[in-house]
Write a protein that binds this ligand. Structure first.
Ligand SMILES: *Cc1c(COP(=O)(O)O)cnc(C)c1O
Length: 403
């Protein structure tokens, strides 16, 4: 809020580059001197004496008590992700949604308001409207890239600004530094959902955001094996968020934490390869006669290409494109694929394809879809790491048939 911006080099491994942190940060070897990070599948921990138990329970002496509170495998993941995002502390959660839930439960109370981008993940909108609404917390939605609209929606009761950038599936971008300035001028926190780019391509805390939210289910794992989440930021706010997780129980399992820790080791390499494939696919789509429009911030034709290039270290791998002929045409392209997975998921080495208007955004009314730019001819592809020629060939089958 009014504190000085967080020191992005506050982690003990401050001299290391991102690639090194992703592989090395957060693991203190046990007395076994293991090379790879161990898993501790244990619910609880024991003590050498009653006095030691008393000190650990009271917090007088640091240490593990119960895996709903802390677990060494979970801590390794938290420390590694905190180092990558340049945050003082990370709290891992059972899913991306519980990361958002723990954040709002910790920081907000009845009467507080949220201002959020309109193009949010669907369950985030349900959480804000259907559940937080029951407890007297209200949310206003604004166009992601329109800074004046953000500022106009803020009232004295606004405590949190919440944005997902770039947006899904139209790849719209907000200027994080400018939004942080607006947020702090009004005494509100800025939380950025960084699922689509990961710290490998975007570090919101260094740009002035107060909190970073992750669904680890996506690129942090990267191979579709587990559900989990995390919040990263300053000690002050994260201690409150930790309190919610510890008390209410949406903690991450040690098994999933281990998967995410190992997933992070290849994060920088994977994200670079994801971006490469997405760039090449978007350029090919833009030149295809059956495609009327491509939404990808890596294309010079994207209205916010310059901002994305300045703020991000890459353009990510989620893109949208439109075909003429509405739903029927879009479905025919999707149904002609043999390699791509038809699924709403993303952030996976396997390329996925979906029709947003009838899946991820299917619950929006026709008016809401029109405002959000979710047309019937729109297709979303989350580009994976298969050979680009095979991905193109799989889409060409349906697209060529439309000409
Ligand atoms: C998937 C996703 C979430 C929710 O994460 P879960 O792990 O599914 O709970 C939140 N935000 C974005 C942008 C997502 O893609």
């Amino acid at each position: 809020m009014t504190e000085a911006p967080m020191d992005p080099h506050s982690s003990p491994e401050h001299d290391w580059a991102l690639e090194t942190l992703a592989i090395r940060a957060g693991h203190d070897r046990t007395h076994e001197q293991e090379h790879a990070e161990p898993i501790f599948p244990t619910s609880s921990f024991v003590y050498g004496s009653a006095a030691e138990a008393a000190r650990k329970f009271s917090g007088e002496e640091p240490g593990n008590v119960y895996s709903r509170f802390t677990n060494p495998t979970v801590r390794t993941f938290e420390r590694r992700l905190a180092a990558l995002e340049g945050g003082e502390r990370c709290v891992a959660t059972s899913s991306g949604m519980s990361a958002i839930l723990a954040t709002v439960l910790a920081l907000l109370e009845a009467g507080d308001e949220i201002v959020a981008s309109r193009s949010l993940f669907g369950s985030t909108v349900s959480l804000f409207d259907k559940y937080l609404g029951k407890f007297g917390i209200t949310t206003r939605y604004v166009e992601l890239s329109d800074l004046a609209a953000w500022e106009a929606a803020i009232t004295p009761a606004t405590r949190l600004l919440f944005a997902e950038t770039p947006s899904n599936p139209l790849s719209e971008v907000v200027d994080i530094a400018a939004l942080a300035e607006i947020s702090h001028r009004h005494g509100a926190w800025l939380a950025i959902d960084n699922c689509f780019l990961t710290p490998s391509l975007q570090r919101p805390l260094a740009l002035g955001a107060d909190l970073v939210i992750h669904s680890a289910t996506k690129y942090l794992d990267g191979q579709g094996r587990a559900v989990g989440g995390a919040v990263v930021g300053r000690d002050k706010e994260l201690e409150e968020i930790f309190g919610v997780v510890r008390t209410c129980g949406p903690c991450l399992s040690p098994f999933n934490a281990w998967i995410f820790t190992k997933g992070l080791e290849t994060l920088t390499l994977r994200m670079r390869a994801h971006c490469d494939n997405a760039q090449r696919l978007s350029e090919w789509l833009e030149a295809h006669p059956a495609v009327s429009r491509v939404y990808y911030s890596g294309l010079p034709s994207h209205p916010q290409h310059a901002l994305a290039a300045r703020q991000q270290q890459g353009f990510g791998a989620v893109l949208g494109f439109e075909v003429e002929g509405g739903r029927e045409a879009a479905w025919s392209v999707i149904d002609a694929t043999r390699l791509l997975s038809i699924t709403g998921n993303l952030g996976d080495v396997k390329t996925t394809i979906t029709h947003p208007a009838t899946t991820t955004h299917g619950r929006l009314s026709d008016d809401q879809k029109a405002i959000a730019g979710i047309h019937e001819g729109l297709i979303r592809v989350a580009v994976g790491l298969e050979a680009i020629d095979d991905i193109r060939a799989d889409l060409a089958r349906g697209l060529d048939a439309l000409i």
